[in-house]
Design a protein around this ligand. Structure first.
Ligand code: PEP
Ligand code: MN
Length: 270
């Protein structure tokens, strides 16, 4: 066992951690499907997305309100106004919501409304932020840093656990390699490694890894085949007009057909 993580290690905690978010259990036998737009853009957009997520058996609604964009000139998100819209959409359709928190100053205010806090890839080693979410009791989904090893990732999870928050979910979202055909390289090999080393639930986000809509479904199915506890995908009423990540966002029809195949795919490989 690496000495950089103890609380995250399966050695000290052999049983899987189950995270309960409203009616949803993450880390158990049933895979979870987290879906929604990359960013909350308008009331119509998030309400329509939430309806489609719920109607197709999705479990959690995602939507970014504080966006970590590579360029400061790109859409930065609707902030707290977006969070209110996300929460309203989730409540309307009975879906818990997940949204990214980028700044430790915002943690308390976002945790009052969101059901799961997302720590983005770019902030995986923002230790001040990790400690701040660790002081809440709100579940946290920690995305893998795009340049981080599995051990570094588990050590980052340890920061959250060490502050007392035991509700940590890991999310593989692709890492940087020499390969340029995909946006990042989805490291599906990390999933069985994590299942061996840690008791924390593991989710895979194929969209941020591949960056191309038509590769999301096959990678989502593969994620479940290697043992992930669920997947997160982006979808949008009109991906061509999306203010962020349109190229990798599924149309509603594509989302519906993916959702219809995920659960049978899971049953077939288990
Ligand atoms: C996101 O989920 O929209 C996101 C920005 O993801 P990542 O931090 O993995 O790039
Ligand atoms: Mn995105």
């Amino acid at each position: 066992m690496s000495s950089s993580y103890k609380l995250a290690s399966r050695t000290n905690h052999p049983r899987n951690t189950l995270i309960h978010v409203g009616p949803v259990t993450i880390g158990g036998e049933e895979p979870v499907l987290i879906a929604g737009p990359c960013s909350v853009e308008s009331r119509d957009q998030i309400m329509h997305s939430a309806r489609v997520v719920a109607e197709n058996g999705g479990n959690v609604l995602r939507g970014g309100c504080f966006k970590p964009r590579t360029s400061p000139y790109s859409f930065q998100g609707l902030g707290y106004e977006g969070l209110d819209l996300l929460v309203e959409a989730g409540r309307t359709y009975g879906l818990p919501v997940i949204t990214e928190v980028m700044d430790s100053e915002d943690v308390g205010r976002i945790a009052e409304k969101a059901d799961i806090l997302q720590i983005g890839s770019r902030n995986m080693q923002n230790f001040t932020l990790l400690k701040a979410v660790g002081r809440t009791h709100t579940p946290v989904m920690l995305k893998r840093g795009m340049m981080s090893s599995i051990d570094e990732w588990l050590a980052a999870a340890e920061y959250i656990l060490a502050e007392g928050n035991t509700n940590v979910i890991l999310c593989e979202r692709g890492i940087r390699t020499f390969e340029t055909a995909t946006r990042n390289t989805l490291d599906l090999g990390a999933v069985p490694v994590l299942l061996e080393r840690t008791h924390l639930p593991v989710i895979v986000d194929p969209a941020h890894a591949c960056g191309v809509r038509r590769w999301v479904a096959p990678l989502a199915k593969a994620s479940l085949a290697v043992g992930a506890h669920g997947v997160m995908v982006e979808m949008h009423p009109n991906p061509a007009e999306a203010l962020s990540d349109g190229e990798q966002s599924l149309t509603f029809d594509e989302f519906a057909s993916l959702a219809a195949t995920l659960v049978p795919a899971w049953a077939a490989v288990c």
